[in-house]
Design a protein around this ligand. Structure first.
Ligand code: FE
Ligand code: FE
Length: 169
């Protein structure tokens, strides 16, 4: 695709984030499974549901532009998720692993926030009002998730401050 206008860039970026969201739907269940804390697991599972909505919203954005939704592999999300997956292989104390899972999840959220922030600005410039409305809703949810993870971190990661005594049978 030859990129000549901001409109072309907008569509290109939409295809990138559609891929990113679809990759996340596959990866989040593994992250949730790796979480030791019930609160963290629940937060990740809730965001998985929201992420399904993000895909639906993106499909609606494509439709509002009279385009067929088509994803283009997001290499950045692939890298973030690969790093997250390798954490889960690490031999770590449960509490420490939770801290690392939160860190990985926040990197993903910040990446999404950057992308949706750009897309909102471009939708405004291009006067794509319906698209802007949908993209803003998702941006808000990503920001709320990021904040929730910060709150969880302050609370859950307390348990990772000291080495955990290995339990003896
Ligand atoms: Fe998302
Ligand atoms: Fe997200």
């Amino acid at each position: 695709m030859s990129l000549q206008t901001l409109e072309d860039a907008f569509v290109e970026e939409l295809r990138d984030v559609l891929s990113a969201e679809k990759q996340l739907i596959k990866a989040l269940p593994k992250m949730a499974k790796g979480a030791g804390s019930d609160e963290l697991r629940t937060a990740i599972e809730q965001h998985l549901e929201e992420t399904r909505t993000h895909v639906e919203r993106l499909e609606a954005v494509f439709e509002s532009l009279e385009l067929t939704p088509r994803a283009k592999k997001c290499e950045a999300m692939e890298g973030l998720l690969k790093e997250g997956a390798s954490l889960l292989e690490e031999k770590a104390a449960e509490e420490v692993l939770d801290a690392l899972i939160i860190a990985a999840a926040q990197k993903v959220e910040h990446y999404e926030i950057a992308t949706y922030g750009t897309l909102c600005t471009w939708a405004k410039l291009l006067s794509h009002d319906a698209a802007l409305d949908l993209l803003k809703q998702t941006l808000n949810e990503e920001e709320e998730t990021d904040q929730k993870l910060t709150d969880l971190s302050l609370h859950i990661n307390q348990h990772a401050l000291e080495p955990v005594e290995e339990e003896e049978e």
